[in-house]
Design a protein around this ligand. Structure first.
Ligand code: URA
Length: 213
């Protein structure tokens, strides 16, 4: 089976999953989206109000900010896979509970295996906890480290940076490093190194594009 077919199968399973109580209140499950051969996989926390309505990840305010962060790093949304540690909205956007994380992990693991990304970017401390438990995000954000067969970069959750303006310079700087980190990861994993577009922050035009800051 191709990676695309595997991902489609996972998405189908997620849409009818009843592994935990979150399915009881969901409108739409949010399996995640992106190309099966994505080199970078972003993993957020869980669907919010808009994601639950649309069945797509990061389509609300945090998603718009994520789009801007990607753009300034010269990365398009179409080339990355975006998923969450839980695929159904926790009521009131509360943190997912340990049993919900455990129940949903089978889907995330299957996605990671199918995509086999060079880099996983975790967005927020809940997602970071899956790969690098016991560390403080304020101490390690932006730092790439090898975890198993790939590299993991913990980053602040875009929503956190929206609510705490003091975090914005850090999250901007972390995203700006992503293209170089991707080439570093490619080299270390023996994958093809590709020259990338210059990040927006290195060009003089359109600083107003980052209007949310
Ligand atoms: N926050 C997340 O962690 N994931 C989403 O999909 C949307 C907001």
């Amino acid at each position: 089976m191709s990676a695309e077919e595997t991902l489609a199968r996972i998405a189908k399973k997620v849409s009818v999953c009843a592994n935990c109580a979150l399915h009881e209140s969901r409108k739409k499950a949010v399996p995640g989206e992106g190309p099966a051969d994505a080199e970078i996989m972003f993993i957020g926390e869980g669907p919010g109000f808009h994601e639950n309505e649309q069945g797509r990840p990061f389509v609300g305010a945090a998603g718009k900010f994520l789009d801007q962060l990607l753009a300034q790093a010269g990365v398009t949304r179409a080339e990355v896979f975006i998923a969450n540690v839980v695929k159904c909205r926790p009521p009131g956007n509360r943190d997912p509970l340990p049993d919900e994380l455990a129940a949903c992990d089978v889907h995330l693991e299957a996605q990671i295996k199918a995509i086999n990304p060079s880099i996983i970017v975790t967005l927020g401390r809940i997602s970071m906890g899956k790969f690098t438990p016991g560390v403080k995000i304020s101490a390690v954000h932006g730092q790439m480290r090898k975890v198993g067969e790939r590299f993991v970069i913990p980053m602040f959750h875009p929503a956190a940076a929206l609510h705490q303006p003091a975090l914005k310079p850090s999250i901007l700087a972390d995203f700006a490093n992503l293209p170089d980190q991707l080439n570093e990861a490619r080299k270390a994993l023996g994958r093809k190194v590709v020259e990338r577009k210059k990040p927006v922050s290195q060009k003089s035009e359109k600083p107003e594009q980052l209007s949310l800051f």
